[in-house]
Each structure stands twice: as structure tokens, then as C-alpha cells.
Design a protein around this ligand. Structure first.
Ligand SMILES: Cc1cc2nc3c(=O)[nH]c(=O)nc-3n(C[C@H](O)[C@H](O)[C@H](O)COP(=O)(O)OP(=O)(O)OC[C@H]3O[C@@H](n4cnc5c(N)ncnc54)[C@H](O)[C@@H]3O)c2cc1C
Length: 307
């Protein structure tokens, strides 16, 4: 198994723009890349037996690493990536990349994958965070999955056990702990030509409306309940959008300038999608988070922050 000692989180980070600060600390004492399910299980059992602490990531496409991040053992699952088909299911190792898998399943004519073809990350992380897009979600395809818990036992779960809600589950809430090993997905027969057309439409939609994947982690913030200040800000945004016939995204940036917050403008794709374009963007992230807290009473981070 490939492994490294005393490395920086830059090595695994999806966002690459905090390089000098991340590299100034070697926060990961041991970084492991198991290359099969067997290696992953053996590694976990060994760490558990030695009472070692560990953390798990896939592609880190939903995880922001801070320079203060320190971990004794980090396991990256992206090479634990085999899958096979049975009569009615697709059995995936935790590190199977959801995008390429979905493209393959669309070609084979299995329904439910057509919106997931551009989703970055692993199937397991998709289960963990209830990831989805364009009307499809990873969890809605799941029949069952297995977890190695903190005592080293392998347990079977169904999606309902996770009490999923929008972009969250009991795993993400920390109410269920362990490493997802294998995921069994439903094979739902569909029309391959129609599914390919839908997948292409979803792809075009994404290309037009979203930035490319570099140096952002998808939707960064979630919020639904506006404060009084938030209501004013979004009222102004709507007015500007209507008056000047510009998109809500553009109008939000104009509002920020009007209310003296123009420092955030270069780092926002939209109010909920933060772009980590430079070291300065990392400096401003917490300040923007605090500002958004004044607009929403129920603001949450959609991304995971490791600090
Ligand atoms: C450009 C871009 C666009 C995106 N668009 C979308 C979108 O449309 N919809 C959406 O839902 N998300 C979106 N995301 C977010 C991201 O794709 C998903 O959250 C994805 O599921 C993350 O996969 P990952 O392997 O990179 O997870 P990571 O960031 O590596 O991990 C995320 C969490 O999962 C946990 N985890 C990983 N593997 C395991 C395991 N085997 N067992 C237990 N826990 C595990 C990690 O500990 C971590 O807490 C986007 C991200 C980017 C960069």
C-alpha cells in the first residue's frame, strides 16, 4: 500500500490555492492510499487495534483543509474503486468515482444516474453527504451499504437508517460513526437513448450555469430562513435584477458593493458558492461566513472544514 509520512494537506486538498500556508505545516503524520478493499479493511483493523485516531477522505471535493489541520492517520479511499454487477444491483467499493460510474450506467441504460454524470467525488462520500444534482441523488439509488464501525465490526445499513435530509445524513451529523466500505446500488432498467439525452441536457445546464471544478467545493453554504437584514438584502437584489435585467448572481454582487462589502465580490460565484481563487480568498472566507450569518438565521456550511 502506498503511504507517506509527515505530509502536508496540500497533497490531498482539492482546493490548491492555499499552497504555501498548507505546506508550511506537515499536518498529516501518516497518509495511506489502500489500493483494494482488503487493504482498507486490514488497515482499519490495525489502526483500531492500536487505538490510533484516523480520518477518511475520498477526492476531498467537499472538504476544505485549514493550515491548522493535524491528524495522526489519514486514509484516502480513491484507489479502493472496484465495482461489479449482479442481476439486480451494482456493488461498489467506497472509492468508486460517481461521475465515471454514472456515465457508464447511462450508457448501459440504467436509470437514476443521468443527473450524476458530472458530480465529483466518491460513491461513499455521496452517501455520507446525501449528494445529488439535477433530480438524481446517490442515496436514492442505494439498496444497502456496509460500514466498519469504530470497534472494527462490519455492519449493514439501509438508506433510511441515515435519516437523510437535504445534503446531510446521520453520518454527516456525527450520529453514526465509521467508514463506509461497500455500497449496493439499484439497477433500474431504462431507455439508454432517453437517458443519454437527459444526461447531455444536464451536462449542458451545468456547463452554462456553474464554474469549472477548480478551487471551489460546489455549494458552500446552505440557508433558508432570512433575517430582517437578509430580507432587505435579497429584496434589493431582486429589484436590481428586475430593473437592470441582470441575473440574480450579478445583482447580488451589485448589492454587496452598495452595502460596502465589495471585498467579497471576486470570490463569489453566487451567495452560496465560494470560490477559493487565491490566498486572500482563504483569508476572507471566515469574514464572509460571519456576514452570511447576519443574513440567515439557519445558515450552515455545506462543505466539511478540517481544522
Ligand atoms: C465543482 C464541484 C461541484 C459540485 N457539485 C455538487 C452537486 O451538484 N451536488 C452535490 O451534492 N455535491 C456537489 N459537490 C460536492 C461533492 O461533489 C460531493 O459532496 C461529493 O460527494 C464529495 O465526494 P468526495 O469523495 O470528494 O468527498 P470528500 O470531500 O473526500 O469527503 C467528504 C466527507 O465524506 C467523508 N467520507 C469520504 N469517504 C468516506 C467513507 N468511505 N466512509 C465514511 N465517510 C467518508 C469524509 O470523511 C468527509 O467528511 C461539488 C463539488 C465540486 C468541487
Amino acid at each position: 500500500m502506498k503511504g507517506y509520512s509527515n505530509v502536508s494537506a496540500q497533497m490531498v486538498s482539492w482546493v490548491k490555492t492555499d499552497k504555501s500556508r498548507l505546506e508550511s505545516v506537515r499536518g498529516i503524520e501518516k497518509l495511506f492510499y489502500p489500493s483494494s478493499m482488503n487493504e482498507l479493511k486490514m488497515l482499519l483493523l490495525d489502526l483500531i487495534k492500536r487505538h490510533e485516531r484516523y480520518d477518511t477522505i475520498g477526492y476531498a471535493s467537499n472538504t476544505l483543509f485549514r493550515p491548522s489541520y493535524h491528524v495522526r492517520n489519514l486514509i484516502c479511499t480513491k484507489y479502493v474503486n472496484e465495482w461489479y454487477e449482479t442481476d439486480n444491483a451494482i456493488v461498489c467499493d467506497c472509492g468508486v468515482p460517481i461521475g465515471p460510474l454514472s456515465r457508464e450506467m447511462v450508457k448501459k441504460g440504467y436509470a437514476g444516474f443521468e443527473g450524476l454524470c458530472d458530480l465529483p467525488g466518491t460513491v461513499a462520500a455521496g452517501v455520507y453527504g446525501n449528494a445529488g444534482c439535477r433530480g438524481c441523488s446517490v442515496l436514492s439509488l442505494v439498496q444497502s451499504f456496509s460500514i466498519m464501525d469504530e470497534a472494527g465490526s462490519i455492519l449493514e445499513f439501509s438508506p433510511e437508517d441515515l435519516k437523510p435530509d437535504y445534503r446531510t445524513t446521520n453520518l454527516k451529523r456525527g450520529l453514526l460513526k465509521g467508514v463506509i466500505l461497500q455500497i449496493v446500488l439499484n439497477k433500474i432498467p431504462g431507455n439508454a437513448v432517453e437517458l443519454a439525452d437527459k444526461a447531455e441536457c444536464h451536462h449542458q445546464y451545468r456547463m452554462k450555469r456553474q464554474p469549472d471544478g477548480a478551487n471551489n467545493l460546489g455549494t458552500t453554504f446552505l440557508g433558508a430562513q432570512l433575517t430582517t437584514k437578509g430580507k432587505r438584502v435579497f429584496w434589493l437584489q431582486k429589484r436590481i435584477s428586475k430593473t437592470f435585467h441582470c441575473s440574480q448572481r450579478k445583482a447580488y454582487k451589485i448589492v454587496l458593493k452598495l452595502i460596502g462589502k465589495k471585498q467579497f465580490v471576486p470570490y463569489l460565484w453566487s451567495w452560496d458558492r465560494y470560490m477559493f481563487l487565491s490566498p486572500e480568498a482563504h483569508d476572507l472566507f471566515d469574514v464572509y461566513h460571519q456576514f452570511l450569518n447576519t443574513l440567515y438565521s439557519d445558515l450552515q456550511l455545506e462543505i466539511e472544514v478540517r481544522q
